[in-house]
Design a binder for this molecule. Structure first.
Ligand code: TEU
Ligand code: CA
Length: 549
């Protein structure tokens, strides 16, 4: 097994808009992150994944980039950025930026040029087509709108947007687009960043001729034509080319966000010798509780499904490496979704259990901001408090098809805004996030769930995360050891070992709300637990034990 800095460190994902506001405009900023660097260091963090901070009109909160080489004015300046980078590196924390190049903003100079005329030199930077039979060029749906095509009056042609109409897809077939992107990536590397998390990167290559998709149509007759644009052969070529042009000779992380990727495809992408990425974010776990109607049609999940997903990816990445996460800025809060919030005691215990279950696996942990406090979903009182374009679109579509009640329930369960409510720093007004009016509501539970209070409480989720991350940081076995699942068929307990050089860690998690008898397994002495008093052969609800021998 090759060693690498990104295999040994615990990462922390920052959603800057919601992290800390230092100038009272209600929006988090880079100075806010700088203020909290010691907080991150104390947590044991060795790397940051920073969501987009580039200049953007914020149709999708920075995932619609207007200028790849400037900082969003709400977040600060390039001087602030350099100061942040310096502050991170001074603490030996790596910085991984978001790279959003499947699409840009429609306000990017490339697109404002492109839409001017069919013969504009930038026309082929995007994907333009004539309509067909009085309608769109094909039947592709958008993730954020019924159709993926928008008719542009100026030239009478349609442009493709897999996300919102303010996020036109870049045309990767155009070598000029690719070399502009390479140059931009290289300038960020030269500035000192340590890697990129590449947004929906496996969707950049669309099948030639843009053939219709075959999937189930939405109410407007369009379909998410995943089989036409996800993990297509050319995508592998484009990434190989990008790596040759940007990564060669650098020790930087190449991390894919890769929806629609099976473990088999993951093996291909992540193979240490022949793959194209160091790490990826797969979606199976994030979709575990999707109902037949998708993300906002809430379903249920079982421990068996969870174990299968984990095991498949552990196996898929045996000759490579994987990522470990419960949540991100697109998902609900981990403890509300996978743990238990019926009482404070169980919220705290289950939040700690989830951390043990996930972050001692083989792979690189990514803690999402606020997760280390056990932050929960928010009871958004009504639709007007929703800020996310995906949620707003889902509600609009649901209203048109009479499914508003299910969808609202779905949003309360899994809406992206749960992850985006402000970080809860203290008991001060607005959780200490801002002295102004926050851009999105603060979860009222900040009075008890916040960093300051938890720092002073030995039993807090925060203190537990510090201990757990410290344990992982100090153990080669937990970083590089083999993964061995135990009690595979068990319906309540999630049990595995990490083994290296004669050292064995055994991790036992009760993922249910019941007392569960612990079968005979090799154990060792308990080095970490989330309950005050363990009963040897009984696992209390949501109990987690880490043993070593
Ligand atoms: O998300 C990619 C993606 O596939 C999303 O549609 C995701 O499935 C969805 O949000 C889950 O509800 C990335 C970013 O993480 C997301 O924030 C952006 O909105 C999206 O790309 C477009 O850039
Ligand atoms: Ca601010």
């Amino acid at each position: 097994m090759k060693q690498a800095w990104w295999k040994e460190r615990v990462f922390y994902q920052i959603y800057p808009r919601s992290f800390l506001d230092t100038n009272g405009d209600g929006i988090g900023d880079l100075r806010g992150i700088i203020e909290k660097l010691d907080y991150l260091k104390t947590l044991g963090i060795g790397g940051i994944w920073l969501c987009p901070v580039y200049d953007s009109p914020n149709d999708d909160n920075g995932y619609d980039i207007r200028d790849y080489e400037n900082i969003m004015s709400e977040f600060g300046t390039m001087t602030d950025f350099d100061a942040l980078l310096e502050g991170l590196h001074a603490r030996d924390i790596k910085l991984v930026m978001d790279l959003v190049v499947n699409h840009s903003s429609d306000e990017h100079a490339w697109f404002t040029e492109s839409r001017k005329a069919k013969d504009n030199p930038y026309r082929d930077y995007y994907i333009w087509r004539d309509g067909k039979d009085g309608g769109t060029p094909n039947n592709w749906a958008s993730f954020f709108a019924p159709s993926a095509w928008k008719l542009d009056e100026t030239t009478g042609q349609y442009y493709l947007h897999l996300f919102s109409e303010k996020q036109p897809d870049l045309n990767w077939e155009n070598p000029r687009v690719r070399s502009e992107i390479h140059a931009m990536v290289n300038r960020w590397f030269d500035r000192g960043v340590d890697g990129f998390r590449m947004d929906v990167i496996n969707c950049i290559a669309k099948d030639a001729g843009l053939p219709d998709g075959a999937g189930r149509p939405n109410a407007a007759g369009y379909t998410l034509a995943v089989e036409r644009f996800a993990n297509r052969p050319k995508f592998f070529d484009y990434i190989r080319e990008l790596k040759e042009n940007c990564y060669a000779g650098r020790d930087c992380l190449c991390l894919a966000e890769a929806p629609f990727t099976s473990p088999e495809e993951g093996t291909k992408m992540l193979d240490e010798d022949t793959g194209i990425f160091d790490l990826n974010f797969p979606f199976d776990l994030m979709e575990i509780d999707d109902g037949p109607g998708g993300k906002y049609d809430p379903g249920s999940w079982t421990l068996q499904q969870f174990k299968q997903i984990v095991s498949r990816w552990q196996v898929a990445t045996e000759h490579g490496w994987g990522s470990l996460f419960w949540s991100n800025h697109d998902q609900a809060r981990a403890v509300s979704r996978f743990g238990c919030t019926s009482s404070e005691e169980l919220r705290i215990r289950s939040a700690k259990m989830l951390a043990v279950a996930m972050y001692l696996l083989r792979g690189t942990p990514f803690v999402y901001q606020g997760e280390e406090l056990g932050m929960t979903n928010t009871r958004f009182p009504n639709e007007s408090t929703i800020r996310d374009i995906e949620g707003i679109n889902a509600l609009n579509e649901a209203r048109a098809t009479g499914r508003i009640e299910t969808t609202w329930k779905g949003i309360l369960h899994k809406g992206r805004d749960h992850a985006r409510t402000p970080m809860q720093w203290s008991t001060a007004p607005n959780a200490g996030f801002t002295t102004g009016e926050p851009w999105i509501m603060v979860n009222p539970n900040y009075v008890s769930i916040n960093a300051e209070t938890e720092q002073g409480d030995a039993n807090s989720v925060l203190k537990f995360y510090q201990t757990l991350i410290g344990l992982r940081n100090s153990s080669r076995t937990l970083q590089y050891g083999d993964y061995r699942p135990l009690l595979i068929e068990h319906e309540e307990l999630f049990v595995y070992q990490r083994v290296m050089n004669g050292e064995t860690y055994t991790i036992v998690c009760n993922m249910s709300g019941e007392n569960v008898a612990l079968p005979e397994i090799p154990m060792g002495s308990v080095i970490l637990s989330n309950v005050t008093q363990s009963i040897e052969r009984t696992m209390a609800p949501y109990e987690a034990r880490v043993m070593c021998c």
